[in-house]
Design a protein around this ligand. Structure first.
Ligand code: NAP
Length: 229
């Protein structure tokens, strides 16, 4: 059976590039997106480039949406090999001025989103081969890098990093590996055009971790190297 990868927030940016690259490596890609038109268009583009991509309706901030996506994958494939928790939103304000509502909103996507996805998809990953969870995090959530500003975003990514360690430990006996990745500062709608890296560079380490057996479970990676949490 072909390898099956699910990428959240895959209609554009780093998520789209990870989907394209994995499809080129022979994966069937389930392209998760919250907007049907944008998701269908992205899947069609990957197919045009010779890959196998299927749009999957998925809003990671919505419990019902995640459960329905899991039911669909379970029914159609009965397994999952790679889950990339990529969907994310940014928030600029510092902790002094940010409203609690904005923190909750950011957490809903960046922190509870991956938690929900993992909860529902781990039973399918247990049926996959060399299964992996790749959490797209950020160096902005690293404990030594909590400079001011972007408070909700930094807290959400620091929390995602902690989830990575916890989950890796809980899943050790299953063989499912769990990683956090910082893609660097990447030219996307989120990173802006002034960013230092092309989207291909941002996708490089997640794609490598999805396809190699070299990755160390529970670790935080950038440019294929372990970095400090
Ligand atoms: P992007 O271009 O803004 O793309 C974000 C993607 O996430 C979009 O497809 C967006 O969908 C989707 N998304 C947002 N909320 C969602 C939800 N509730 N459910 C499902 N999908 C949702 O950003 P990016 O730069 O590619 O970022 C991807 C990941 O890399 C994020 O986790 C981000 O924090 C991380 N990252 C990026 C940088 C950077 O410099 N770009 C640096 C470090 C880490 P819509 O199109 O519908 O909005």
């Amino acid at each position: 059976m072909t390898k099956l990868a699910l990428i959240t927030g895959a209609n554009k940016g780093i998520g789209y590039e990870i989907s394209l690259e994995l499809s080129k490596k022979g994966f069937t890609v389930l392209l998760g997106a919250r907007d049907a038109q944008r998701g269908e268009a992205a899947a069609a583009q990957i197919k045009k480039e010779g890959g196998d991509a299927i749009y999957l309706s998925l809003d990671v901030s919505n419990e019902d949406s995640v459960r329905q996506a899991k039911d669909w994958v379970q029914e159609k494939y009965g397994k999952l090999d790679v889950l990339v928790n990529n969907a994310g939103i940014i928030s600029h304000k510092g902790l002094v001025e940010v409203e609690t509502e904005e923190v909750k909103n950011t957490m809903e996507t960046n922190f509870y989103g991956p938690m929900r996805m993992n909860h529902y998809f781990i039973p399918l990953l247990k049926k996959g081969s060399s299964a992996k969870i790749i959490n797209i995090s950020s160096g902005m959530g690293a404990l030594d890098d909590l400079h001011g500003g972007y408070a909700a975003y930094r807290l959400s990514k620091a929390g995602l990093n902690a989830q990575t360690i916890l989950l890796a430990n809980e899943l050790k006996s299953t063989g499912i590996k769990v990683f956090a990745v910082c893609p660097g500062w990447v030219k996307t709608d989120m990173g802006g055009q002034g960013a230092s890296r092309p989207v291909e560079k941002g996708a490089e380490t997640p794609v490598w971790l999805a396809t190699t057996e070299e990755g160390l479970t529970g670790k935080f990676y950038r440019d294929k190297k372990v970095i400090a949490y």
